[in-house]
Design a protein around this ligand. Structure first.
Ligand code: NAI
Ligand code: MG
Length: 489
């Protein structure tokens, strides 16, 4: 690959269809996690920049604005055009993503293709969000309209920068909202490139705004802004609480939250063990374990437990860790030093609490934030690694004997984002699928996330569902119009 730094054209804030510096003139460095070195300085926004972005988004949402006057079908064409431009620049975007985030180039290309599919899926909804007419008692006619909620704030994490942006932008734009997005401070580069593509696609001034910066400044300014009507967030439970609190203390803006998990993958003894080992491996190690729906509790039936552990350890040891741009690399670095230290702390706690280290357990290489794919067996429900979200390449293998027992243990968590079950017994699969408290259940597969199907969590994994028609509902208000009819004409 050519020098990916050459692809960096945009480092400012994007407000009202213009790239502008921060009002304060401040900048911050974005880091390459493969080297730990700074890539480039980007503008660092603050409350004043958020306010400018909100004013632009508010104007773009005014009743007579080009955006509000635009037909739904025309919004659909803009979303398709944006998808076309991602397709055209897929290599540039994937290079920037690998550089700034550390994910492998192949994974970055995969993410871009998912983003393209998602923009096209929502392009299809733009002229299909129907209201309805409702039979009412009395001489009245009632119809229901779905309307955009207004200016929305969107705060995203660093693990899937373009994809998380897409999950937020596509449904909001499909229904006619205007938006202010804050990318994660670790990964601003692709969001800025996407902003440039949105301008090229032809979105009117002020519809899309991007303000880079930190959570307590830019993030909090979005959460507390009186003119933002909804905030959509993906990230930690801790920040999710602050967002709910900020909404409550400001203008009660609508809040949707996607907050990660501690997802169980349950493997019965009637499966092909090699296939199960591979599914479980990908369920936890995909995206270096930095995945909200990672299968981070691998429950294995006692009759195949020992064989499974041996094979899982072998597979982890053969996983290729290194330069995300090199051919054949399966795992790049963790996102930053803070995450690296947090994950190494969990590995240490597991050893102290009596889990058996079967593979990995150390940092990998002398530079950057690489960690060896790590496998622990003999993990019990009480251990810290079985309870807390690690968000790293650490597989925890637990043993179970019966369906009832494993359902109870799988549900013994405040998280409820995803889950999986591998079995050839349809009764086990269906009982598990009904009983598990999680927003997604994968049977004989894992991590199938599609634009067409709702995604989100039970319990403290969040509020609301993104994707599918649920994504449309997150960004619409429902209005009832009742008209009295003459009794005689
Ligand atoms: P975080 O929740 O702090 O960051 C996510 C986003 O929220 C970023 O854009 C950040 O700038 C913003 N943010 C932070 N504080 C804020 C505030 N006070 N108000 C408004 N926005 C704010 O997550 P962080 O620190 O990057 O990672 C911590 C842990 O969170 C991870 O180890 C992982 O367990 C979990 N996480 C879960 C994700 C998911 O996909 N559900 C994604 C990222 C992290
Ligand atoms: Mg944080």
């Amino acid at each position: 690959m050519a020098n990916p730094n050459q692809e960096i054209k945009y480092t400012q804030l994007f407000i009202n269809n213009q790239f502008v510096g921060a009002k304060s003139g401040k900048t911050f460095g974005t880091i390459n996690p493969s080297t730990g070195k700074q890539i480039i300085d980007v503008a660092e926004g603050d409350a004043a920049d958020v306010d400018a972005a909100v004013q632009a988004a508010k104007q773009a949402f005014a009743r007579s604005s080009p955006w509000r006057q635009m037909d739904g079908s025309a919004r659909g064409k803009l979303l398709h055009k944006l998808a076309d431009l991602i397709e055209r620049d897929i290599n540039v975007l994937a290079n920037l993503e690998s550089l700034d985030n550390g994910k492998t180039f192949g994974d970055a290309v995969f993410d871009m293709n998912c983003a393209i599919d998602t923009f096209r899926y929502y392009a299809g909804w733009t002229d299909k969000v129907h209201g309805s007419t409702v039979p009412s008692d009395g001489p009245v006619m009632t119809y229901i309209r779905k309307e955009p909620v207004g200016v929305v704030g969107q705060i995203i994490p660093w693990n899937y920068p373009v994809l998380m942006l897409t999950w937020k932008w596509a449904p909001a734009l499909a229904v006619g909202c205007t938006l202010v997005l804050k990318p994660a401070e670790q990964t601003p580069l692709t969001a800025l490139y996407m902003a440039a593509l949105s301008k090229e696609a032809g979105f009117p001034d002020g519809v899309i705004n991007v303000v880079n910066g930190f959570g307590p400044t830019v993030g909090a300014a979005i959460v507390n802004h009186p003119d933002i009507r909804k905030v959509a967030f993906t990230g930690s439970v801790e920040t999710g609480r602050l967002i709910t609190e900020g909404s409550s203390k400001s203008n009660l803006k609508r809040v949707s939250l996607e907050l990660g998990g501690k997802s169980p993958l349950v493997i019965f003894d009637d499966v092909n063990v090699d296939e199960a080992v591979e599914i479980a491996h990908n369920a936890i190690f995909a995206n270096h374990g930095q995945n909200c729906c990672a299968g981070s509790r691998t429950f294995v039936h006692e009759r195949i437990y020992d064989t499974f552990v041996t094979k899982a350890a072998q597979m982890a040891k053969s996983r290729k860790v290194g330069d995300p741009f090199a051919d054949g690399t399966q795992q790049g670095p963790q996102i930053d030093e803070e995450q690296l230290n947090k994950i190494m702390g969990y590995i240490e706690s597991a050893q102290k609490e009596g889990a058996k280290l079967q593979a990995g357990g150390k940092r990998s290489g002398n530079v950057g934030y690489f960690i060896e794919p790590t496998v622990f067996s003999d993990v019990t429900d009480e251990m810290t690694i079985a309870r807390e979200e690690i968000f790293g390449p650490v597989q925890s293998i637990l043993k179970f004997s019966t369906l009832d027992e494993v359902i109870e243990r799988a549900n013994k968590t405040e998280y409820g984002l995803a889950s999986g079950v591998l079995t050839n017994n349809i009764n086990n699969a269906l009982v598990f699928a009904n009983a598990i408290e999680a927003g997604s259940v994968w049977v004989n597969c894992y991590d199938y996330v599609m634009p067409t199907t709702p995604f989100g969590g039970y319990k403290q994994s969040g509020h609301g569902r993104e994707l599918g028609y649920c994504g449309i509902e997150l960004y619409t208000e429902t209005k009832t119009v009742t008209i009295k009819l003459p009794t005689k004409v």
